[in-house]
Design a protein around this ligand. Structure first.
Ligand SMILES: NC(=O)c1ccc[n+]([C@@H]2O[C@H](COP(=O)([O-])OP(=O)(O)OC[C@H]3O[C@@H](n4cnc5c(N)ncnc54)[C@H](O)[C@@H]3O)[C@@H](O)[C@H]2O)c1
Length: 318
């Protein structure tokens, strides 16, 4: 059984929903969990404290944090506290997220597409879901680098495939796929056992309920579309046993798959002169055909693939 005894984990946005399930499972498997959530319930109780109380009632160890995961200074303060009080950080689960649909305003489904998006909202999305990876990730990385070990789990979404009602949500969370690969490569280059992966979850929670999406899928998922059915994958990625880095697992309703960014074999212009717009028009089918696609490991790998395609196409036929 995978255990995290003696380990310390931070889970952001863990006061409810998917993050709460992550925190409960990590604590059940032995980790000391820092439950982070900036929200306060109507009666004044910090949401994070309620989850800490649940963990403690089940015999686990946890601490509440109300730091804002979208604030550079608050994130630095949180990691300093963890270092000072707990002395280590083994796993960082960046789960806090923000979608307009959490507010239950269906009219935003069209209004927050691209053409009329409110830029203050776009900035808030990017601030939490992209910049937040730096805000918490950089100080956390320093602790992990000191220990030579760490696990970081970022959170994405199916909205990376396009989400008419909330484009900035999908855009910010698509960026973390690239970032996870860059962070992974840095760890490998430095010989550190730091693994960075992404989970793209789906679960019927408050978030997403505003556009009725979860209601439409509830029956099809046979009631399995729960936060608990996401957390097993996250705990694996947050554990010593995690054997992958730079990957994105799509998880929900007890399904687990993989999301990746790929490149088609494409088409090579071998004639004289520069590639013409007409050639692109004529070969669009070859250019976009998905058969034989590759999944480059990084920018160099992508360039090597293109170069090889050109070299092979230009090679004289025997
Ligand atoms: N529910 C889904 O189907 C689904 C689908 C795709 C992605 N996700 C992602 O999974 C994660 C969890 O989603 P959920 O459904 O549990 O959401 P949720 O709205 O139920 O819970 C999110 C929690 O994050 C907290 N939070 C928000 N901003 C914060 C901040 N700046 N600092 C600290 N805490 C903050 C909120 O107070 C809330 O308690 C999010 O990143 C979300 O984008 C969820």
């Amino acid at each position: 059984m995978i255990r995290l005894d003696e380990q310390v984990a931070i889970v952001t946005g863990a006061g409810r929903g998917i993050g709460r399930a992550h925190a409960l499972l990590l604590a059940e498997r032995g980790a000391t969990v820092v439950v982070n959530d900036l929200a306060v319930e109507a009666d004044g109780a910090p949401r994070a404290q309620l989850v800490v109380d649940e963990i403690v009632a089940r015999g686990g160890r946890a601490y509440a944090s109300t730091h804002n995961a979208a604030s550079e200074s608050a994130c630095a303060e949180l990691v300093q506290w963890v270092d000072r009080e707990l002395g280590r950080l083994d796993a960082l689960v960046l789960n806090a997220g923000l979608t307009l649909f959490a507010q239950g305003e269906q009219s935003l489904h069209v209004g927050q597409g691209f053409s009329t998006a409110d830029l203050a909202t776009v900035r808030a999305q990017v601030e939490l879901q992209l910049m937040g990876v730096y805000y918490l990730g950089q100080p956390a990385w320093a602790l992990m680098e000191r220990a030579g070990y760490g696990r970081i789990v970022l959170t994405s979404t199916s909205a990376i495939f396009g989400y008419r009602g909330d484009g900035s949500y999908g855009a910010a969370k698509c960026a973390v796929l690239s970032l996870a690969r860059t962070m992974s490569a840095e760890a490998v280059a430095k010989g550190l056992d730091i693994r960075v992966n992404v989970v793209s979850p789906s679960a019927a929670t408050n978030l997403g309920s505003g556009n009725g999406m979860h209601d439409r899928y509830a029956a099809g998922f046979s009631g399995r579309n729960t936060p608990e059915n996401v957390s097993g994958a996250v705990l694996y990625l947050a554990s010593r046993e995690c054997a992958v880095t730079g990957e994105c697992l799509r998880v929900g309703g007890s399904y687990v798959g993989r999301n990746f960014i790929a490149q088609t074999p494409g088409w090579v212009h071998t004639g004289d002169g520069a590639l013409s717009p007409e050639a692109v028009m004529a070969h669009l089918g070859d250019i976009t055909a998905e058969d034989g696609y590759v999944v480059p490991t990084d920018a160099e790998d992508c360039m090597t693939f293109m170069m090889t395609r050109v070299r092979d196409a230009l090679a004289p036929t025997p």
